[in-house]
Design a protein around this ligand. Structure first.
Ligand code: FES
Length: 132
């Protein structure tokens, strides 16, 4: 007996027109990052609201019971991609999204950006002896 095929949904970010796939159970934020697109975010747990994005088309559900949105915001189409999963193909309005790499393409696993080099001069500063 073979396992059922994975379920994917098609995600489009407007106004840039970038497209990628989201795997079943994967948050929109993680799917975007893996495809090479950075959506604004901070806490990743649905509380800080840094990732608020408009859902233009499609259906989502949340991994948390109480995402940090007001009822009115939900009615206006605002979602929190850090804890939202696609339940259909989606169109999101995220003008502040950024491509992590110019060659980012749908379904591409983007390499993790390298950390900034460590400034070793900070670690070798002389410590003044207390003066009496
Ligand atoms: S990153 Fe904080 S609510 Fe989404």
């Amino acid at each position: 007996m073979s396992a059922p095929p994975e379920s994917f949904h098609h995600i489009r970010i407007e106004p840039q027109g970038w497209e990628f796939s989201s795997q079943a159970g994967q948050t929109l934020l993680l799917a975007a990052l893996q495809a090479g697109y950075r959506l604004p975010h901070s806490c990743r747990n649905g509380s800080c609201r840094a990732c608020m994005t408009r859902l233009l088309e499609g259906r989502i559900d949340y991994q948390v019971e109480w995402p940090g949105l007001l009822r009115e915001e939900k009615e206006e189409g605002w979602i929190l991609p850090c804890v939202a999963c696609a339940r259909s193909d989606l169109r999101l309005e995220a003008p502040q999204a950024a491509a992590l790499h110019s060659e980012a393409s749908p379904g591409t696993l983007a390499p993790t950006p390298s950390p900034a080099p460590v400034d070793k001069s900070v670690h070798s500063l002389p410590i003044d002896a207390p003066s009496d």
